[in-house]
Design a protein around this ligand. Structure first.
Ligand code: NI
Length: 131
C-alpha cells in the first residue's frame, strides 16, 4: 500500500474553513483529506458505469409545482425499492428514495430528478454493491 505525499493549491478562505472543521472533529489535515477523497470517490461512482449500486436519493421539492416526479418514479420502478415522503410544511416535501440496481440507471434517474420542476435540493448517498 504505502503512503504518498502531495501538495495542492487551495483558496485561503476554503482552507481556513476546512482547518476549523478538522480541528473541531479532532482530526488532522491528512486524515480529513483522506475521508473527503473517499466520499468524493463514492459520490462519483458513476464514472465506472459498470455494476450494481444501492442507496438513497434525498430530495426537497415544492409539491404545488406540477412536476413529473411521480411519473418518473413509476418509470424507474425496477430500481426503486421504496419511497419515504415527508410533508415539511404547506409547500415543501422531503422525499427519500431507496434505490438498488444498475449504476448507469441510478445515475440516469438522479439526472432526470435534477431537471424536474420544483426540485430545490437533491443529494445522494450511493454505495457500490459487490457480489
Ligand atoms: Ni408532501
Amino acid at each position: 500500500m504505502g503512503v504518498k505525499r502531495f501538495s495542492v493549491s487551495v483558496d485561503n478562505e476554503l482552507l481556513k474553513e476546512f482547518d476549523e472543521l478538522v480541528k473541531n472533529l479532532s482530526l488532522d489535515r491528512s486524515k480529513a483529506i483522506q475521508q473527503a477523497m473517499r466520499i468524493y470517490l463514492l459520490e462519483n461512482i458513476w464514472e465506472k458505469e459498470l455494476g450494481e449500486c444501492g442507496g438513497a436519493i434525498t430530495i426537497i421539492y415544492r409539491h404545488d409545482e406540477r412536476n413529473n416526479l411521480i411519473d418518473l418514479q413509476h418509470n424507474y420502478r425496477d430500481i426503486i425499492n421504496s419511497t419515504l415522503h415527508i410533508h415539511l410544511d404547506e409547500e415543501n416535501c422531503l422525499e427519500i428514495i431507496a434505490v438498488k440496481g444498475d449504476i448507469k440507471k441510478v445515475k440516469e434517474l438522479i439526472n432526470k430528478i435534477k431537471t424536474c420542476k420544483g426540485v430545490k435540493q437533491i443529494r445522494h448517498a450511493i454505495v457500490e454493491i459487490y457480489v
